[in-house]
Design a protein around this ligand. Structure first.
Ligand SMILES: [Cu+2]
Length: 220
């Protein structure tokens, strides 16, 4: 009896493995390759809406608000999430806009996440109603994992020498109402597990790597 069942399972597995992948049409391929990126200049409203909102999964991106660097609302949303560019360095080439979504460092956050982000940018202590969530599927341009806003050349060199520099690919962030709630989580960004960034600064948050996290920097 056991043998018969085994044979049956084996036959089933073989039939699964031999089924050929479905053919992909050229138009589907194009959509996959460009991820829906609109044609035209990167300082157009269309491009910015695409670049910022696509930091979240499509089902959130489709209905989120989109805010430009200067605070202009590019699109009014309906789902309580807000997309914005979060690169404190600004554009390398202001005339032509962000080189790509990665340079823009867009995040798509819920309302508490926006409370956190506003406090962060203003150098204030975050005061939040609840924990917040923010997607950054385009990653960021690199951080000293120990300390926020290290963008000066010397600081970056030192962080790299100390092996504390991490240029992130796709991730989700948990921005806690109470930083102490992250106590006990690792700060090791090389393991692939969720880890704490900016521990003990008041801007402590949990980085949750997803597929593509190490696209810009290999784990050690
Ligand atoms: Cu992030």
């Amino acid at each position: 009896m056991k043998k018969i069942i085994l044979l049956f399972i084996t036959a089933f597995l073989i039939s699964c493995n031999t089924s050929a992948p479905a053919p992909v049409s050229a138009s589907t391929l194009e959509a996959v390759n460009t991820n829906g990126e609109p044609d035209g200049p990167h300082n157009s409203v269309e491009w910015k809406i695409w670049a910022y909102s696509s930091a979240a999964p499509s089902f959130i991106a489709a209905n989120c608000s989109v805010v430009d660097v200067d605070g202009t609302v590019l699109r009014e949303g309906t789902n309580g999430w807000t997309a914005m560019a979060a690169n404190p360095r600004g554009m390398a080439d202001p005339e032509n806009g962000w080189k790509d979504p990665h340079e823009a460092m867009p995040m798509v956050g819920d309302a508490p996440a926006m409370q956190w982000a506003m406090a962060y940018m203003g150098g204030k202590t975050p005061e939040m109603d609840t924990d917040g969530w923010a997607w950054m599927l385009h990653g960021d341009m690199g951080e000293d994992n120990r300390k926020q806003k290290v963008i000066d050349e010397d600081g970056v060199i030192k962080a790299k020498a100390d092996q504390e520099w991490i240029e992130s690919g796709a991730h989700l962030m948990l921005l806690p109402k109470d930083p102490a709630s992250l106590e006990g989580q690792t700060t090791d960004f090389n393991s692939g597990a969720p880890y704490v960034m900016f521990k003990g600064t008041g801007y402590d948050h949990l980085m949750i790597p997803v597929e593509g996290y190490y696209d810009y920097q290999d784990p050690k």
